[in-house]
Write a protein that binds this ligand. Sequence first.
Ligand SMILES: Cc1cc2nc3c(=O)[nH]c(=O)nc-3n(C[C@H](O)[C@H](O)[C@H](O)COP(=O)(O)OP(=O)(O)OC[C@H]3O[C@@H](n4cnc5c(N)ncnc54)[C@H](O)[C@@H]3O)c2cc1C
Length: 544
Amino acid sequence: MGSSRPQTPAVSTDTSEEVEQFDVIVIGAGVTGLYALYRLRELGFSVRVFEDGSGVGGTWYWNRYPGARFDSESYTYGYSFSEELLQEWDWKEHYSGQPENERYLNYVADKFDLRRDIRLNSRVTSAVYDEGENRWAIQTEDGHRARAQFLIAAVGVLSAHYIPDFAGLESFQGGWCHTARWPKDGMDLAGKRVGVIGTGATAVQLIPEIAKEVAHLTVFQRTANYCVPLRNGPIDPEWQREIKAHYPDIFKKCSETPGAFMHAFDPRSALAVSPEERLAQYERLWGEPGFKKWLANFYDIMMPGEANEDYAEFVRTKIRERVKDPVVAERLVPKDHPFGSKRLPCESGYYEVYNRDNVLLVDVREAPIERITPRGIQTRDAEYELDVIIFATGYDAVTGSLTRIDIRGEGGQTLKDKFAEGPRTYMGIQSAGFPNLFTMPGAGAGNFTRGCEPLVEWVSDCIGYMRENAFTRISATPEAEEAWVQHVAEVGANLLRTKAASWFVGANIPGKARVLLGSPETAPVMRTKRAEVAANGYEGFLLQ
Ligand SMILES: Cc1cc2nc3c(=O)[nH]c(=O)nc-3n(C[C@H](O)[C@H](O)[C@H](O)COP(=O)(O)OP(=O)(O)OC[C@H]3O[C@@H](n4cnc5c(N)ncnc54)[C@H](O)[C@@H]3O)c2cc1C
């Protein structure tokens, strides 16, 4: 274990090859992994981060598709742990785009000298718990091996990208890519016939950007979503000064709201005010940027029922108003799930795209995709000829990035087998039988960095507590885990989030168990619960 100052890793020769030894191994160099490295190093532990990508940034390294940007206000998303960083960094837009977000995370890596402990181009393929030694042994795709007492899987909730298993993809003669693997030097789409599969949050950002340059765009839609105007804009110098002067207020506000955004629900019921007043509020919030229309609205819009349906109808009307062809408009109007049951896609000119002559919307629920052909996409009704196919088909969310690693705990049990019917964890942090392995579920449905900073602090404090108290092994008890799994199921059943076939419940991946993947509790409740657990000597965990 580490002492009070940073250490250089020891190299042991416990096998024929040299194996690097650390106090902590972190998998992933996104927002979570970078902060875990910073925090643990500050506490004096030796840490090594292994990252699949050739750069840091995680989500903001991989998602280079045109239009990729925050739906969080930029200045609420950035790290809060360094006042110096807060004052140095200028967010240029209210909802900053991928290039800037990637620059930000690189700036953080440089400022805090994080790179020297990060091994890039290192996909971890296996992580095996050595019971005798009480150490985790990891191996990367290129055969590199390392061992550590603690393993932090900061592998991302939306990082295991998913491409449906369409027959014939290998025969396609054009180019294709998934939005999360957009090439660094871009894709040449100018003058091409392009097909986009999917109409989730990613596609909604991408489509207006590429519609302008392609010769023809065919959008293959399975589910129509409620999309709301982002209303992005530059941050002028006066705003910049305001933001920098008020960071403590901004973060305090975020710490008080359910999803850690700076928007608080209106405590009134939508049904308790007159129809005129209700509509006036809907319209006012519609004109505001970002998630306000969702998270600053009447509180019961976020609950299944009449208020939710009233607002859903308001949004449907907005969609119909923007699309000229009534048949196309009706296809774009969501009717099969409640408003707000998915993370709300924020758009900039999305619906107007369908008024363009070079854009066609194909409903693949009506006529499913049968196969990819050498020339394009064959649905039940027609073949669409394409030069490029873009898969905006999302992620095997939350658990996918964990189960794609061969993680073996006590008795050789694999995490993949253990999670076959859904994640089995205690508070999302640990799974019984996998001692000293911390999974980092993040905020799930919330403003990510606001959720992950306190979580990283909790985990690193826990490791620090173990050092101080001469414990070497922490493991969630099966009883605490079972109680948490039950709690997730019971509370989750009443949440709006479980009322749609979305990634929140694994519904986008064929064969995946249909359970709520994240915590059903709000960010403040989770923070309080974790604090209580720690204050009670890490209740629900066995410390040895
Ligand atoms: C397009 C998009 C937009 C988003 N916008 C927002 C937003 O506006 N606001 C918000 O709050 N959240 C947003 N999110 C959620 C976003 O994922 C989080 O905000 C945050 O970036 C997650 O950080 P992370 O470090 O936990 O995971 P990630 O950023 O996903 O990083 C995980 C890293 O782990 C690496 N990794 C995974 N498996 C392995 C392995 N086996 N070996 C080595 N490395 C591995 C990956 O390469 C990746 O770099 C968005 C997500 C996406 C996909």
